[in-house]
Design a protein around this ligand. Structure first.
Ligand code: PRP
Ligand code: URA
Length: 207
């Protein structure tokens, strides 16, 4: 299992503005997408390649194309959708799955309200996208589903995580790679990441 925290100055600059309570929804979306593109390049860096011959106006050239297993992007709705939007800028041919989860405000347990995934994910590089990893309940629940669909190559991609969430996820699914841009120290009594950025879904969808 690999844990990666993106320290790039441009990513950290944008994460700071994502945290800023004065950032409006329009800018929040732009920032979340731009961060996901910058970090997404690295999240997708282990894709396989094979050679491809093309012809420049002057000569033949042997380059590369992406080989199997191909990427499969999964959004944990609602908030994960902006990250998938970013990843398809990088790999437009990807197949996309959706897992609709809403965290119960009292128990903090995820409630599933929508599921649309391929039945067999054994031949896919799955990138599971959710900007927030707080208690890790939603991530662990989603990965349980993916594994029931035979997925064995899973990376979890978030923007802000809590140390508790990273520990819980690593314990529950030690084979899953974790990518994030920040690991914050605390969770508050309502399960929100501290300092965090608030409710990612509400800020993205202006609700
Ligand atoms: C948020 C977030 C994660 C989850 C993280 O979603 O996008 O899915 O909470 O918390 P956890 O690690 O404690 O499970 P929420 O359920 O609020 O839904 P939303 O995306 O529709 O706002
Ligand atoms: N969900 C969010 O959107 N933010 C948090 O801090 C925790 C869960």
């Amino acid at each position: 299992m690999k844990q990666t925290i993106f320290e790039h100055p441009l990513i950290q600059r944008d994460i700071t503005q994502l945290r800023n309570k004065n950032t409006n929804s329009e800018d929040f979306r732009k920032l979340a997408k731009r961060i996901s593109i910058m970090a997404g390049v690295e999240v997708l860096s282990n894709l396989m390649i094979e050679s491809e011959e093309v012809y420049t106006p002057l000569a033949a050239f042997t380059g590369v194309k992406i080989a199997k297993p191909f990427p499969y992007f999964v959004s944990v709705m609602r908030a994960g959708s902006i990250m998938v939007e970013a990843l398809i800028e990088l790999y437009p041919d990807a197949t996309i799955g959706n897992i609709g989860l809403a965290r119960d405000h009292i128990t903090l347990q995820p409630n599933e309200y929508y599921l649309n995934l391929s039945d067999n994910l054994s031949d896919s590089v799955v990138i599971l996208c959710d900007p927030m990893l707080a208690t890790a309940g939603s991530a662990i629940y989603s990965i349980d589903i993916l594994k029931r669909k035979h997925s064995s190559n899973i990376s979890f991609f978030s923007l802000v995580a809590s140390q508790y969430g990273v520990n819980q996820l690593a314990k529950a699914h030690p084979d899953v790679n974790i990518y994030t841009c920040a690991v914050d120290k605390d969770l508050d009594e309502h399960g929100y990441i501290l300092p965090g950025l608030g409710d990612a879904g509400d800020r993205l969808f202006n609700t």
